[in-house]
Design a protein. Structure first.
Length: 367
């Protein structure tokens, strides 16, 4: 049971009452996208016309890209794609993510001579969080029509969210992943005509070692938007998780081998690179976020109080931060400045590669 908080509007106002989730929307989504079955045959990595690497900037997605290159996939077939969880990059700080992440991903792609593209849901996670009798916002995909990016969706039925994603492996409850990442890739694949030609492989970095839920993911399967047997529209899209069985040692090993500088979040002591204010954050992570990004932390704290529901099952983010300890590596002002910038200014490659402070540390994430 989530702990209710007083509404920000004043004393005596009862906590917000909300339905648990949008069951009718969930059932429609599941009907449209039934769970796929793993391919019986092993993957033929070199058999695809295009490769889309979903790049979060974290170690696992970097490892996926490097493994693809080690397999010998031609660079002109690879596109690095990043989902901007806070919406369109404007140079303003978002609610959830590291400001530097988008440009770090861009600089990594450029350093390898690869195409780079972005998608986002308008308004990002914050707009969805504050949705009150409104439809979910449209998605912007990197397909140009008359020189402008295409918007997909936004005409759904009005509904109300008014709460943060919850700590669950269930994507209908932990809605940040489905709303700000998974559905964006779906929208792009479904609406860009390039995917109607040839064979497409989507690569993501989930690992079995991360959680019991992810351990059950298929390593190689048809993508959610695959339609290779369609009567009118055919689209062959597979989904590969190349590092699914890898250990964290193997992940850091390939990054070291290629001399890639990890995302600055790891250097600041974070063991997992997701949103900076991930809903799964530990008390030490909340304490660290409050220290290195006080304005971002305050926005989250204020919105949490407004919704009347805590992100954690029993404590507010303020309470969690108060009983946590700042990561020792997070006191470096130069690293903090890099993390808080919208322009990545460090090198992508280094001959003096060192394991970052956050490696093999706590990695609070999906269960």
């Amino acid at each position: 049971m989530l702990m209710p908080l007083a509404r920000a509007s004043g004393d005596g106002v009862p906590p917000l009452v909300q339905s648990d989730m949008f069951q009718d929307e969930i059932e429609l989504e599941l009907a449209a996208n039934p769970p796929s079955k793993a391919h019986k045959e092993p993957i033929d990595v070199m058999s695809y016309d295009r490769y889309i690497v979903a790049m979060s900037g974290g170690k696992d997605s970097i490892a996926c890209l490097l493994h693809l290159l080690e397999c010998g996939v031609p660079k002109d077939r690879i596109e690095v794609h990043h989902h901007c969880v806070d919406g369109e990059p404007t140079g303003e700080d978002g609610l959830m993510d590291w400001p530097v992440t988008t440009d770090y991903c861009r600089k990594v792609a450029e350093a390898f001579g690869l195409r780079f593209s972005l998608s986002w849901r308008h308004g990002g996670i914050e707009r969805e969080l504050m949705r009150n009798n409104q439809p979910t916002a449209p998605v912007s995909i990197p397909y140009l029509v008359d020189g402008k990016r295409m918007d997909v969706g936004g005409q759904g039925k009005p509904n109300t969210r008014l709460k943060f994603p919850q700590q669950s492996s269930n994507l209908s409850v932990r809605w940040c992943s489905s709303v700000a990442k998974i559905s964006l890739m779906d929208a792009w694949i479904s609406n860009d005509p390039q995917f109607l030609e040839g064979r497409t492989l989507v690569i993501t970095g989930e690992r079995a070692e991360e959680s019991s839920s992810r351990a059950h993911y298929h390593e190689f399967e048809p993508h959610r938007k695959d339609n290779r047997n369609g009567a009118r529209v055919r689209r062959l899209v597979d989904h590969w998780r190349p590092v699914h069985k890898w250990t964290e040692h193997q992940v850091w090993g390939i990054i070291k081998r290629w001399r890639v500088v990890p995302h600055v979040g790891y250097s600041l002591g974070f063991g997992r690179l997701s949103c900076r204010v991930c809903v799964f954050a530990s008390k030490d992570q909340w304490a660290t976020v409050k220290f290195i990004a006080p304005s971002q932390f305050k926005r989250v704290s204020t919105l949490e109080a407004f919704t009347g529901l805590t992100i954690h099952r029993a404590k507010s983010v303020e309470e969690q931060a108060s009983c946590g300890r700042v990561y020792p590596a997070s006191v470096d002002p130069e690293l903090i400045a890099v993390a808080n910038s919208h322009v990545y200014t460090l090198e992508v490659f280094t001959d003096n590669w060192v394991l970052p402070a956050g490696a093999f540390g706590e990695a609070s994430g999906p269960t």
